[in-house]
Design a protein. Structure first.
Length: 145
């Protein structure tokens, strides 16, 4: 396989992994919604209150915007391989890594299920997988020289 073919295969795998991460975030948001995260997790209570007086509505707006932004990233910059695609994927890696670790730590501290912990390991695993894919030599940004 030539270098262009390898580049294409690596980017395709990154695209699939990124798409899986966005879909998992949507499922994660549903899990959080069913569990009423905005009522039980102080940071979510604070953030949703900034968006709407009805925290449930604030939660729906924040999470709807997050998933919509993820789909936009997937269908335009990532799928079309815009120069912005890799930095956007790195941003998602950071967000979802923290999201996954945070939910698992919160459940551990509570000693019980907390909304979002069921899908958190998948977010964590996909974020690590995407990071590994992007770290492959074809994606590492090197200075021209």
């Amino acid at each position: 396989m030539n270098a262009n073919g390898l580049d294409g295969l690596l980017m395709f795998r990154a695209q699939i992994t990124f798409g899986s991460l966005v879909i998992t975030q949507a499922a994660h948001s549903v899990e959080e919604y069913i569990g009423g995260l905005w009522d039980s997790f102080p940071p979510a209570t604070f953030l949703t209150g900034l968006v709407a007086t009805d925290r449930e509505v604030g939660f729906l707006l924040i999470n709807g915007a997050l998933v919509a932004f993820g789909l936009w990233c997937l269908y335009w910059p990532v799928r079309r391989r815009w120069p912005l695609a890799v930095p956007l994927m790195w941003a998602w890696i950071g967000i979802e890594f923290v999201n996954g670790v945070g939910h698992m730590a919160w459940s551990w501290l509570q000693g019980a299920y907390t909304p979002g912990v069921g899908t958190a390991p998948v977010l964590l695993g996909l974020s690590v997988c995407l990071a590994v894919r992007l770290r492959q030599k074809r994606f590492v940004q090197t200075p021209a020289g």
